[in-house]
Design a protein around this ligand. Structure first.
Ligand SMILES: Cc1cc2nc3c(=O)[nH]c(=O)nc-3n(C[C@H](O)[C@H](O)[C@H](O)COP(=O)(O)O)c2cc1C
Length: 418
């Protein structure tokens, strides 16, 4: 039997080990268990924390967009949810996309009549009810059977611009019909010009107003959250995904029907340079937008090369784990572009205050990604509608609070870098 003195010594040793452990440094994994008694309660106390086990039962119950995520998690197969939620490697960018907003603080003006706020926004010549755009997200039937058509009907309800992914499960023609208005088409050009041309020609014929060329997916990626959650998925993935070859898997994708994909080894555009855009300009009358700009030098080159607009985006932290948020990248890009072309931004936008900060800095509009997929996965179209409504409501309230009765009255002086 160890003596009392021995036990005390070994306990001291254990505590010393813990004190040196990164676990404690990281925020007290053992706090509250008696090892590190807290001298005081947290201030402020959190009285009503969101609980992942208390799920909303209808879109109306949602207080914010985050309420949809655990419902989506419950409904959607783990592999699909993992694909949606995943960032890259350590997911530093994923966190940065949210934390970045804390570096910017609003600086509201008072005594302005904001009894009525006009959120209407013109984007490349078309007026929408708000500056909130539905980002392109591929394969939406992985989250709900209504897929892109449900999203389109929800975008119609709130008169939002919708951007449709090349990896859509539904035909571009059907999505435009469901949206009841022209949309934008997002292009994954691949490394084969004929494939890109086929997509662009079809999208233009269908009535798309712009082609948003995604330029931030040129390398491989380690989607660890996807890979870990996929291991927990017990369904037979081969029942839906034909993984025998890239060509076989593409035949199931709506936009690839009738397109000659021979020779393709993946769907990325690793050989794309600025020359691509000259060729594209000669091929289409649609407006050309570049999605995935993060450096001001590229933004200036886009303007120099006659691009109609850019989307500052890190692909929702799905491209490279740079650790830099898009709200961090935005100010220098706005400054360098100097009003020559419109700047849209996305990645990590979840609150009206996030949207208002970006608009104050100089973005013209903001794309929303995962939150509407949480809504779709949770409740289908009505979930997407409610997510967009919550974002509109929060943005409206925040515009009132900072003293901006219209979008153009959101100015740089209303935001400061902390
Ligand atoms: C599941 C998923 C699929 C996506 N698919 C595409 C796509 O097909 N094309 C594209 O340009 N961007 C795609 N994106 C990126 C979004 O368009 C957008 O940039 C990103 O979701 C914004 O970040 P957020 O999700 O934090 O709002 C995808 C994002 C997610 C989460």
């Amino acid at each position: 039997m160890p003596s009392l003195a021995d036990r005390a010594a070994s306990r001291r040793k254990f505590l010393q080990f813990l004190a040196a452990s990164p676990l404690l440094g990281a925020g007290g994994a053992f706090a509250g268990e008696g090892l590190m008694p807290q001298s005081k309660l947290p201030d402020p106390l959190t009285w009503a924390p969101m609980r992942a086990d208390e799920l909303i039962k209808s879109p109306k119950e949602a207080i914010n967009v985050f309420d949809f995520e655990p419902v989506c998690r419950q409904n959607v197969p783990p592999a699909h949810f993992g694909y949606m939620a995943s960032g890259i490697d350590d997911e530093a960018t994923l966190r940065a996309n949210r934390e970045g907003f804390l570096k910017f603080q609003l600086r509201p003006r008072r005594l302005v009549d904001v009894s009525k706020v006009d959120m209407t926004t013109e984007i490349l010549g078309v007026r929408y009810d708000s500056p909130i755009i539905v980002a392109p997200i591929g394969g939406q039937r992985a989250y709900h059977e209504e897929g892109e058509l449900g999203t389109a009907r929800a975008a119609k309800a709130g008169n939002h611009l919708q951007i449709l992914s090349t990896a859509t499960n539904s035909n571009v023609e059907d999505v435009i019909a469901a949206r009841g208005a022209p949309i934008w088409y997002q292009l994954y050009a691949t490394n084969k010009w004929e494939v890109a041309k086929a997509f662009v020609t079809r999208a233009e014929k269908a009535g798309c107003l712009a082609v948003a060329v995604t330029v931030d997916r040129s390398g491989g990626r380690n989607q660890e959250t996807l890979f870990r959650l996929r291991r927990t998925d017990t369904r037979d993935c081969n029942a839906c995904h034909d993984r025998s070859s890239l060509q076989a898997s593409l035949t199931r994708r709506a936009m690839y029907q009738g397109v000659d994909v021979s020779g393709l080894r993946n769907t990325q555009s690793s050989n794309m340079t600025w020359d691509f855009f000259k060729r594209l300009r000669d091929t289409t009358k649609m407006k050309i937008v570049i999605k995935g700009i993060l450096a001001w030098e590229d933004a200036v080159m886009a303007a120099d090369n006659g691009i109609d607009a850019i989307i500052v985006s890190n692909h929702g932290a799905r491209s490279e784990d740079s650790g830099r948020s898009t709200i961090d990248a935005l100010p220098e890009i706005v400054e360098a572009v100097n009003g020559r072309i419109p700047i849209i931004v996305d990645s990590g936008f979840r609150r009206g205050s996030d949207i208002v900060k970006a608009l104050c800095i100089g973005a013209q509009a903001v794309c929303i990604g995962r939150p509407y997929i949480w809504g779709l996965g949770a409740f289908g179209q009505s979930g997407v509608e409610r997510v967009l409504e919550l974002l509109r409501t929060e943005t409206y309230a925040m515009m009132q609070q900072v003293g901006a009765p219209s979008i153009k009255q959101l100015v740089p002086a209303m935001v400061r870098r902390a």
